[in-house]
Design a protein around this ligand. Structure first.
Ligand code: C5P
Length: 421
């Protein structure tokens, strides 16, 4: 039943300028009845077909039209609104909106939100049959499907303009059913006994001057944070509570995770030590910069005509995970899990690191293989963990990071349970 699985979802309903816009009132009502939070965004033209006041009354939230609305931006800004949404539905989606979305335009609030949102999107096209059949619309539709947009309808039949053919917007009930299929299954709410995972993710940035920084990988930034974020999502799927200590990344926060944003290794170190005593499992997945500038410049470093070299004095950053693992037993998380990126003798180096940093488990990637590791969507790894007799290991073949994350979390939860009295 659509009404059951949509409960609690945050739906952004986009309404564009077609005669079917009058049906958006019923869509809003059905979504509310299904237990959704609904925020409506209209294109300028849509206001000629249905009054914003109607949709405001039905959704219980202000309806937004303009990108440049100072008062609305002071409340929930457009990026915040894009992040807020669990799903975006555009009903009706006109030929014009489809063309703008397919080409990545951000020339009004609705298209900007679509560009800024990672949430699943659904379009319910509605237009004259000839416009629907036109090669341009069909080309845009194919692009939108490639970009991940789902589509519901259009149905064929009599049209408002007197034509007959495909282009009638699907009925609101069908749109809700299609929306339900787009959404991932709900994550179970953590219970009181749920394990608390604290995960560091992403790179750290170490200021050299007000505009430049150093990362672990000097000028190239290898760490996208994908693995750490996938671990957080996998842990949430397992019903755990998750706190993500995140360096600067361009990733959405997994729904249900508490995210603490940090920039430098020093900030991450401080957050990690503060949160560690409350963690059942601590996972260090961040690519922490090994060094920072001894004295960041107060002003932008200038190039001068006679200087071909720049000398920087760098000092070592604290080893965050080693410090967490070295906490006194009352404060130390029962399971501390580190990562290692190796290009050869992966298992041997990982075993050394497990011992050197006093970890309980380590996930060692072989980053020498093409298409795996940093920044990519796939990874292969060795999982090593301590046993009373020494250590044990398991190989995970190349697979999407989301899947590998599930294997890591499953193993970590098993190891943590083994430690429970
Ligand atoms: O020694 P190496 O940097 O290769 O170890 C990687 C592991 O240590 C990862 O788990 C990483 O998050 C963690 N680490 C850390 N603080 C540092 C350097 C690495 O927590 N300063």
């Amino acid at each position: 039943m659509a009404a059951m699985s949509l409960s609690g979802k945050r739906v952004l309903l986009g309404v564009s300028a077609g005669i079917a816009a009058y049906k958006s009132a019923l869509i809003t009502r059905l979504l509310k009845q299904a237990g959704c939070e609904v925020r409506v965004v209209m294109t300028e033209g849509a206001r000629a077909f249905i009054a914003p006041m109607t949709l405001q009354a039905l959704s219980g939230e202000p309806v937004r039209t303009s990108l440049l609305d100072t008062a609305a931006e002071a409340g929930m800004g457009h990026i915040e609104l894009a992040r807020w949404a669990d799903a975006v539905v555009i009903a009706p989606a006109t030929a014009d909106v489809m063309a703008r979305l397919a080409n990545g335009f951000a020339d009004d609030l609705l298209t900007t939100l679509c560009l800024a949102s990672d949430a699943p999107g659904l379009i319910a096209p509605a237009m004259n049959q000839a416009m629907w059949r036109s090669p341009a619309t069909q080309r845009n539709l194919a692009t939108l499907a490639d970009d991940g947009w789902r589509q519901v309808g259009p149905a064929a039949g009599d049209q408002a303009c007197g034509d007959t053919g495909p282009g009638r917007m699907s009925e609101p009930e069908e749109i809700l059913a299609a929306l339900t299929d787009c959404l991932p299954p709900s994550t179970p709410a953590p219970d009181d006994d749920a394990a608390h995972l604290v995960i560091t993710a992403g790179p750290t940035q170490e200021a050299l001057d007000p505009v430049r920084y150093l990362t672990r990988h000097a000028l190239s930034n290898h760490s996208s944070g994908k693995m750490g974020y996938a671990l957080a999502a996998a842990a949430l799927e397992q019903g755990a509570r998750v706190t993500l200590i995140s360096g600067p990344v361009a990733l959405p926060t997994p729904a249900g995770a508490q995210r603490i944003d940090v920039t430098s290794a020093a900030d991450m170190h401080q957050a990690a030590l503060q949160l560690a005593p409350d963690a059942d499992i601590f996972i260090g997945c961040a690519a922490v910069s090994d060094y920072r500038a001894a004295e960041p410049a107060a002003h932008k470093l200038k190039k001068t005509a006679d200087d071909d070299t720049l000398t920087l004095t760098l000092v070592k950053n604290p080893d965050i995970i080693a410090d967490v693992a070295a906490l006194p037993s009352a404060q130390r998380p029962p399971l501390v899990v580190g990562f290692a990126a190796e290009t050869r003798d992966v298992e041997q180096y990982a075993d050394d690191k497990l011992a050197r940093k006093a970890l309980d488990m380590i996930v060692a990637n072989d980053v020498s293989a093409a298409g795996l590791g940093f920044g990519s969507d796939d990874n292969a790894a060795w999982l090593l963990w301590r046993t009373p007799a020494g250590s044990a290991s398991e190989h995970q073949p190349p697979q999407p990071k989301t899947q590998l994350a599930r294997a890591v979390i499953a193993r970590a939860l098993v190891q943590r349970s083994a430690l429970l009295p």
